[in-house]
Design a protein around this ligand. Structure first.
Ligand SMILES: Cc1ncc(COP(=O)(O)O)c(C=O)c1O
Length: 342
């Protein structure tokens, strides 16, 4: 059954990547940790030296970032944003009071911001979408999903979009983790976005560039204009635009980076210890009644993973190299072979 969400205004949303907190809590120096708490490519794209002029000049909207993105995504109706997070925060202000269903478990920032903007937010499960479709104004889902790696086919999403748009309702698809499987992206099908369809993309995950804060929103013009007006002239820095454009044009690196192979390797390792594993190219998600204890035992050995309370699960990102794989395996061996979970 879908549930209506109410977030307390001051609730702090948990995220991965909080390694300083881990270092404090477990008294292990920052540099000794293996951080598997995020879902980003651990072997990131690295920029060449950044020219001085790029640090000095103000960002220019007519540089080649947009053209590079249009080429990369195969879609024209794009707006760069300071991380897809910025689009997540802005979209709820582009609609009057609405009833929005968000497929859950999900990236918690989505329900949080729709609720803060005063909308009625329902958290539904993947198999409840058909049931809720006739009575909602917005359907929002993450494809592939973070954290549980659930995937929807293009045909299913297009079918739902058709039903929604007839009632002026929206389908929002967050494709932050789509880059390694572009054939499943809605953007590969639309040069121009039809009414009622909004897609979010991130530079942080596939390129491993979470720190530069760059993402894109693809949407019909009137929505892009609203978001552009909200974010103002300089919310994306010039260095970010410069680095982002280069990464988007680096087809050689894009073809060489092999997340699928790394995630297969992680899956194989985890299947020695876990029965239920949801696999994505960026992380594995493990529902487990003792998830909290597993996270704690891994942390004691300097491995930081993401814990989810409801449902009880951990999410493990891709180790960077063979040594990190080895350390993860040793940590699980010690946890499961010496009954540390008792
Ligand atoms: C599903 C999903 N969408 C969007 C974001 C925001 O990403 P960014 O703002 O770095 O593009 C995240 C961050 O973890 C995410 O997990």
């Amino acid at each position: 059954m879908g549930i209506v969400v109410v977030f307390p205004l001051n609730k702090k949303i948990q995220h991965g990547g909080n390694l300083r907190e881990a270092a404090m809590l477990y008294n292990i120096p920052l540099e000794n940790w293996i951080d598997l708490s995020t879902g980003i490519n651990p072997n990131a794209w690295f920029p060449p030296e950044i020219p001085h002029s790029v640090w000095q000049r103000l960002p220019e909207a007519d540089d080649d970032l947009l053209a590079s993105a249009q080429q990369y995504y195969g879609c024209k109706d794009l707006l760069p944003v300071a991380g897809s997070q910025l689009a997540i925060q802005s979209l709820p202000y582009c609609r009057k009071h609405s009833r929005i269903a968000i497929v859950s478990p999900c990236y918690a920032e989505h329900p949080y911001w729709w609720q803060q903007a005063g909308h009625e937010v329902l958290l539904i499960s993947a198999n409840e979408v058909e049931q809720y479709l006739p009575s909602i104004d917005v359907l929002l889902l993450i494809n592939p999903n973070n954290p549980d790696a659930h995937r929807w086919s293009l045909a299913t999403l297009q079918h739902w979009h058709k039903q929604l748009v007839e009632r002026n309702a929206w389908l929002i698809v967050d494709e932050a983790f789509m880059d390694s499987t572009p054939q499943f992206s809605l953007l590969s099908h639309y040069q121009h976005l039809p009414d009622g369809l909004i897609v979010l993309r991130s530079i942080g995950k596939f390129f491993g560039l979470a720190g530069i804060r760059l993402g894109f929103i693809a949407a019909p013009d009137h929505i892009l204009h609203k978001i552009e007006a909200m974010q103002g002239p300089w919310s994306i820095s010039h260095p970010t635009r410069w680095v982002g454009a280069l990464a988007l044009r680096d087809t050689q690196w894009q073809q060489q980076t092999n997340l699928a192979q790394q995630s297969d390797k992680l899956h194989t390792l985890l299947s020695r210890y876990f029965k239920k594993i949801h696999v994505s190219h960026y992380f594995c998600y493990l529902p487990h009644t003792q998830a909290k204890q597993i996270k704690h035992q891994l942390a004691k050995q300097g491995i930081w993973v993401r814990f989810f309370e409801n449902p009880s699960a951990i999410r493990i990102g891709l180790p960077k190299n063979n040594e990190a794989f080895h350390q993860l395996n040793n940590a699980f061996l010690s946890i499961f072979c010496t009954n540390l979970l008792k």
